[in-house]
Design a protein around this ligand. Sequence first.
Ligand code: GLC
Length: 740
Amino acid sequence: MKNTARLIAILSLSASVASCCQAPKSEGPVYLDDSQPIEARVEDALSRMTLEEKVKVIHAQSKFSSAGVPRLGIPELWTTDGPHGIRPEVLWDEWDQAGWTNDSCVAFPALTCLAATWNEDMSALYGKSIGEEARFREKDILLGPGVNIYRTPLNGRNFEYMGEDPYLASKMVVPYVQEVQKNGVAVCVKHYALNNQESKRHEYDAVVDDRTLYEIYLPAFKAAVQEGGAWSIMGAYNFYKGQHACHNEYLLNDILKGEWGFDGVVISDWGGTHETDQAITNGLDLEFGTWTDGLTMGATNGYDAYYLADPYLEKLRNGTASEDVLNDKVRRVLRLMFRTAMNNDKPAGSMCSPEHYDAARKIAGEGIVLLKNDNDVLPIDLSSAGKIAVIGENAIKMMTVGGGSSSLKVQHECTPLEGLIAAAGDRIVYERGYVGDVSGSYNGVVTGQDLSESRSEEQLIADAVALAKTADAVIFVGGLNKASHQDCEDSDRYHLELPYAQDKVIEALAEANPNLAVVIISGNAVAMPWIDNVNAVVEGWYIGSQMGHALADVLFGKVNPSGKLPFTFPAKLEDNGAHALNAYDPADLSVEYKEGIYVGYRWAEKQNIKPLFAFGHGLSYTDFTYGDAECAKASVKAGSNVIVSVDVTNSGKVAGKEVVQLYIGDDESSVDRPVKELKGFRKISLEPGETKTVTFTIEPDMLKYFDAAKHEWVLENGKFTAYVGSASDDIRTTVQFEVR
Ligand code: GLC
């Protein structure tokens, strides 16, 4: 008896011990259990959804949101523009402003400015900051960044992108993606792919050979997906190989999801979806912005008329569409939900914080490019300067508005004039100089600025010249302004020249005062016919909320400029490959990229064309000298790395940052290759007299070209040259090495 009793006691004890040590069985279903792996949650949620619910979650329900599954407690997904800041709220189904009073944001610098920093730390800071703003506004998907390659200086949206070089764009996009997504907010890298002009953007067919596609136009997207881990991608409007990019078997099924293993969601551009069959089979997962008006088309509402809505449901019900294909789309959308809307570990986010304003100013300060500085006109020494004339409409015009979908409603914008006055006080005297865009309203955001002007063009110039003659220094602030055809979505520029007769103003000012600094605010290269008569020129970009302070920091020397051009400034339009070959925006909608891989500096160097300012160009208030580049081993076995190092010294009088650039040229290639291609860069800070050794590791992949016939990257043995320097046209040292 006793033993039995003891046995029962032991068994009951072990049973109770066992039960208290087991992980408590969670009550709710797996898909709601945070402790479960995402894939298990995806499968569990999918298994519970009806056919109708599956179709509901793969298309929009409003202008910027798509449905969840209310019955299962699966929330909606909310998207927001744009790449430079969080767009103000619009009405449920209109582009019009919703008139909220809590949705003003910080506008960060345009992505051309970020690219011009050549500093991945700035990209990380940018992604963190804008990700926090998106998170605070409870958005799940940020519709950016854009990484389309700068093929023509006329493209209206180049200001939203990262320049002409695939290596620079590939490096600069990754930290932005990673840091945004740490907030539990998905990026939506756009516009995939070949959206390199705005003219006829919904109709043109990009005709590109495979080598050009893989070497130039895909790398930044590939890096965003494979290194950045992007959770969504936005399809472009244009055609490629006869299919719209938003439902394109080559770009989406074969390359993005096939070769790159993308596990996220392909989202259409707004209105980029044009039919049901291709939308089903060619890789589109989430349809937005199709041209219904949301509530009046059809018996219920316009969103059921979407191509991936009732038309798709109909096919699923009558068996002409497979539920397996639907399930793949739904899995991807659910995965995105568990990464964002249903991710309960997300940080809190923040909006309009001092940290965000500081980040905007810091990024801008590292992105502003000093293009020319003869006679040390810059920096203006405030300890001795008297009157400073500031001329130009771009000194006073708000620039955080305009440009299309990236337009913002900011909490605050410091214009150039305000920033210059904040730094230099009443020494600053302003004259308009010219009249550009006086509309004052953009996407329904009203700036409140009254830019009306009664004086004639001649009078404006006369008044500006009169002031310039009496000043110690003159700062002209002009350029483009994101008005239609002046760096704006859906409208390319018509020419390279500055608009609004600015060239006349600049010539007159140069005549009046040699201490003239011209600041160009733009997202594109512009012609500078007056360049020989102007001593100092700065590319100021669209800098956002901190525009004025960041410009003042550089112009008055508080910040030593360290930006480098992310794209070439051609002296004239015909110096650009697409235009030289008459391959931009032809009437017949078939845009053949005849220049192939020879985009930007690749073209200029192949054709021996001297640009106005070269890719990678940017001056400093100090000087940098380079030692001789050295190769650890002059000859390496194929497959091993090549190590190149160089000493860089600050030989000037003030601290500064230098972007040491590494280009590689294949000296014995069996195929045509560019003279050299960017394969490395490092931004270093140097005190006066300080020297640092910069070391680059050249991996085999960086030496390869894409062999379209074999459809693979190929490394040919032979001799290569490493070019190291301060710009693509300012190579300071070279070293040759051989791959056996
Ligand atoms: C626009 C743009 C895209 C934007 C979307 C939503 O047409 O092409 O970049 O994110 O529609 O505004």
